[in-house]
Design a protein around this ligand. Structure first.
Ligand code: ADP
Ligand code: MG
Length: 334
């Protein structure tokens, strides 16, 4: 079991309210990602759930029980930190067993649980090594192993992959997703990286300045962003947001159109422009096109094969069925 409910939770540091009243339910077994720019309160929110910070007001429930005043160790939640925090002089086995040793669990149970965790994490052959003899990804897995043996109601991850190089991040992303599928335990995962959020989450919570901007599945957020903040934050490259006469024509203050929903051609289309910077990724090409009458360049995603270059005159065809419309408060018009 691992349902977590936040009811009008707030957090104040001195005079500064970092989290205004916030309501959220995380269902048992769900993989929930908190995503938002640096400083928006993701870590604070996770630490409130973990009990590492006290709430200023409001209530936190775990599996229906009031946990607001409960000490961190009593909440049955396991936090996996960004820094590995492993003991360098201890073997992997001892590192993973450490919380059980502290809890006075017998040696035989310790060994059984360490070996079960090592199996899930592909660490069986490394149990007698020390952290210094492991790769970054393996060290991160040991840290997760230490959380697994506690059999928590939920795992809490605070940007666990940010110290790893790009290739390893992609790998670990898959491993953590797989781990979630195998364990079926609630996971709450904090990241500033919307790609991590999109690829891992059952449910994404987008935060800005401590406020939940939207909660939904990755595809809900992609298809129907509730406001211009979410529209600009979710998706890579970013959605094009256009104000002015082009938006007014669509009865909106701002219109949004994703780079993948704009055609590009050297012969015909609704908007005329000139190719500025182009990025060729092989599978795709991204073109930043200066369009006559629009303030900002428009980003277009095209096939990697298309032969267009800096300075070429082009025409863009936005797919109007994929247009997003927002009012003067930045809220989605439905
Ligand atoms: P994130 O994890 O999204 O980057 P944090 O939760 O770490 O953001 O921080 C949110 C805000 O709270 C920031 O403005 C940060 O400076 C402030 N903050 C965090 N911890 C403390 C603290 N212990 N004392 C005062 N301000 C803090
Ligand atoms: Mg943080």
């Amino acid at each position: 079991m691992g349902q977590i409910t936040l009811n009008k939770v707030t957090k104040q540091f001195g005079d500064v309210q970092v989290i205004p009243p916030l309501d959220l339910t995380i269902e048992d077994g769900e993989f929930v990602v908190f995503v938002g720019p640096s400083g928006c309160g993701k870590s604070t929110l996770l630490r409130l759930i973990a009990g590492l910070e006290d709430v200023s007001s409001g209530q936190i429930k775990i599996d229906g029980q009031d946990a607001t005043e409960l000490a961190p160790a009593k909440r049955r939640l396991a936090m996996v930190f960004q820094s590995y925090a492993l003991y360098p002089h201890m073997s992997v086995r001892k590192n993973i067993a450490f919380p059980m040793k502290m809890a006075g669990i017998d040696r035989e149970t310790q060994n059984r649980k360490v070996e079960a965790a090592a199996k899930v994490l592909n660490l069986t052959d490394y149990l007698d090594r020390r952290p210094g003899q492991l790769s970054g990804g393996q060290r991160q897995r040991v840290a997760i192993g230490r959380a697994i043996v506690r059999e928590p109601a939920a795992f809490l991850f605070d940007e666990p992959l940010s110290n790893l190089d790009a290739a390893l991040r992609v790998n670990m992303r898959l491993e953590i997703s797989e781990l979630h599928q195998n364990l079926e335990t609630t996971m709450v995962y904090v990241t500033h990286d919307q790609v991590e959020a999109m690829t891992m989450a059952d449910k994404i919570v987008v935060l800005q300045k401590g406020v939940i901007e939207q909660v939904g599945s990755p595809l809900d957020l992609y298809k129907e962003p509730a406001n211009t903040f979410v529209a600009g934050f979710i998706g890579s490259p970013k959605m094009n947001l256009i104000s002015g006469p082009q938006a007014q024509k669509q009865n909106a203050h701002t219109i949004g159109i994703r780079p993948e929903h704009i055609g590009i051609s050297s012969t015909e289309g609704a908007w005329q422009g000139v190719v500025g910077v182009s990025e060729h990724l092989g599978s795709d090409s991204f073109f930043h096109v200066t369009v006559n009458g629009l303030a900002d360049p428009i980003t277009v995603r095209a096939s990697g094969e298309i032969g267009l270059h800096h300075g070429d005159k082009v025409y863009l065809s936005p797919d109007l069925t994929k247009l997003h419309r927002f009012n003067d408060k930045g809220l989605r018009i439905t």
